[in-house]
Ligand binder design. Structure first.
Ligand code: HEM
Length: 120
């Protein structure tokens, strides 16, 4: 698989992650709970599968571009991926406040800053 194809998979699966988090978020902001979320299984499955594709494609990109785990930005991205992976739990716990949304926006900003500038 080419570098470009891995990036296609990486970015499109990231959009699916954000879509599923958005669905959970809007349900929570309307006062919905984990228990009365009719489409919970569907969006959890979307989130899980997209998380896996983001991860595998991310490693594909690392291999194709010849990056190594010496680069701190790669670890930063792995940490961001783990946090995004656990985010539905955060939404179900704290989703009726604005905090999780502000943190997610900041996290995504920092993650994309890391991959664009590779500061360390
Ligand atoms: C929340 C998690 C993540 C976000 C938001 C994210 C975002 C992005 C974005 C937007 C790009 C495209 C950059 C560009 O085209 O200029 C990218 C590329 C890349 N990502 Fe991720 N990513 C995430 C997780 C990961 C993970 C877990 C890995 C490694 C396992 C990874 C490895 C890479 C690599 C190697 C590139 C290519 C960088 C380059 O060639 O310049 N990413 N990522």
């Amino acid at each position: 698989m080419s570098y470009t194809f891995y990036k296609l998979l990486h970015l499109s699966s990231l959009f699916v992650i954000l879509l599923s988090l958005g669905a959970i978020a809007s349900h929570r902001l309307q006062g919905g709970t984990k228990e009365n979320f009719k489409n919970r299984k569907f969006f959890s499955a979307l989130h899980g599968i997209a998380l896996l594709v983001t991860f595998v494609a991310g490693f594909g990109l690392i291999a194709k571009a010849g990056y190594t785990f010496q680069s701190g930005w790669v670890w930063g991205k792995l940490a961001a991926w783990l946090i995004v992976g656990m985010y539905p739990l955060f939404f179900y716990k704290k989703g009726n406040t604005k905090l999780p949304y502000i943190i997610l926006i900041a996290l995504l900003f920092v993650t994309i800053y890391l991959v664009e500038y590779k500061p360390f």
